[in-house]
Design a protein around this ligand. Sequence first.
Ligand SMILES: Nc1ncnc2c1ncn2[C@@H]1O[C@H](COP(=O)(O)OP(=O)(O)OP(=O)(O)O)[C@@H](O)[C@H]1O
Ligand SMILES: [Mg+2]
Length: 546
Amino acid sequence: MKRRSSFKIMTDLIILAKEELSDLIVAVLSGVVSFLSTVGMAVSGGVLIVRTAGFIDIPFRNIIYIMVVFTFLRGITRYLEQYLNHLVAFKVLRMLRDKVFAAIRRLAPAKIESSNKGELISMITADIELIEVFYAHTISPICIALICGSIYLILIAYFSPYIAIVVLISYLIMGVLLPIAFSKWASGTGYALRLEIGGLNNVFLDILRGIIEIMQFSYRDKAVCLVEKTNKALVSGQAKLIEQLALLLGIEDAIAVITTGASLLVGISTGVSWYILLPVLLGIFFSFPAIANVASLGNGLSQSLACGERVLNLLDEEPVADEIKDGVNLNLEELTNPIIEVRNLSFSYNIEPVLVNFNLEVSSGEVLGIRGESGCGKSTLLKLIMRFWSADKGEIFICDQPIEKINTDSLWKNISYMTQNSEFFEGTIRDNLLIAKPDATDEELKTALEKASILEFVTSLEHGLDTTLTELGDNFSAGERQRFGLARCFLEDTKILLLDEPTSNLDALNENIILHALKNNREGKTIIMVSHRASSLKICNRIIQM
Ligand SMILES: Nc1ncnc2c1ncn2[C@@H]1O[C@H](COP(=O)(O)OP(=O)(O)OP(=O)(O)O)[C@@H](O)[C@H]1O
Ligand SMILES: [Mg+2]
């Protein structure tokens, strides 16, 4: 995976948030006023003590008024700062989530096929959540520390340049040295931790999917061990980060106390009168929170940047097959022969070639059967025709058009692709059928179900078309799901059908039902069917061996 420097990640993330800049500026200004008010309150307290001792001559009432004003300012601006910072952060997160979904859509299906689903899920959920730390708790603290720090130093220098130098050194240690040192220290841990969390998601998804196998085979103890091991690694990573954070907080407080002490010594030795020194020292002590916010960044930021990096990398990733938008639209009304032609096609996922100089012609109206050993590239061929992946060498033509010239949308609208695992989404049977043709009438739905030999079953259900399918359609049998999948293809009513083992997990009866449905409705359609079973290929006009 591509690694970027922390600086590059931060600038890239800021560029992503450029539309929220005005809110961010108001948040920073509120933060500045808020921190200045805290120091103002502390200094006024000091002035009040000096006034009580009778060293200066300001009316009590004025000091109290000023303190009240500072208190109100502090409350209001603190609220504004927190509100706006988080608002900006959550708006940016919404935008990032949209971008990640768009990226996955752009990269799918190749990306989804070849990556761990758990990692993708943790990227969409946890990773993006953690980037919030960067927007809400990083950009504005740095700006606030810079502005407040400068104002404090100028004010202190007005009373004593020597004390200002001492404070400047402390600010630099706290605001520059500490965050750099701690983010370097925590960066490895943060990145590793994100990977561990993605890993835990993978383990859980894997176990949920394979729960039957786990129960049936003696894999139970091993599965428990696996979860425990991943969990333990996660905790030790988190413990390390917390240790670092605790140490950091200790150092921050120590710096504030030592600086105040050192300023006292410098003040006394350079002859600053104590009624000035007392309010100044109080101000110095209370000025540190604005700078400490930057020091604490290193810890949380390392994880936030690690997430930022993963998300940015995904956004930058190039799809294996670009979506084509400025090509031609397929017109299968004017058929040419052959309708599909594959010329000298070569393809490999990694290094191992899957297809080498493969040739094929399919005439329109033909039902072509493809068989071949497991792993010889049958499914891959269909995926290449759908342009889920793009070929390394050679060409595929549909109706004389090379598929790199056909608009992806038009390609997918004109070819139905069905595998042995038709996917269903939570919703009714109607919702799941309408995916293929959103404006279909109930009549059309019923005709499609009829063609797929499943209408009778659906009408026998209590709620008919409104029966709910649970996630993945688990509450229906494999045969029923397969027939719903076929009904969807009939509803879409495309001229080309690519069927990848459409009957492989069905019994002879269900297989026959589906084959019968295909045979009776193949009028005007060109079908390529991949199957291992001779029985499935009996409806084909021609069978090739790959
Ligand atoms: N996404 C992928 N990434 C890497 N390799 C893959 C991917 N999909 C398939 N392969 C590999 O490519 C080869 C061809 O796979 P393909 O699925 O096309 O085979 P198949 O002929 O359909 O096999 P089967 O009859 O078992 O379905 C196999 O060796 C497989 O391991
Ligand atoms: Mg296959």
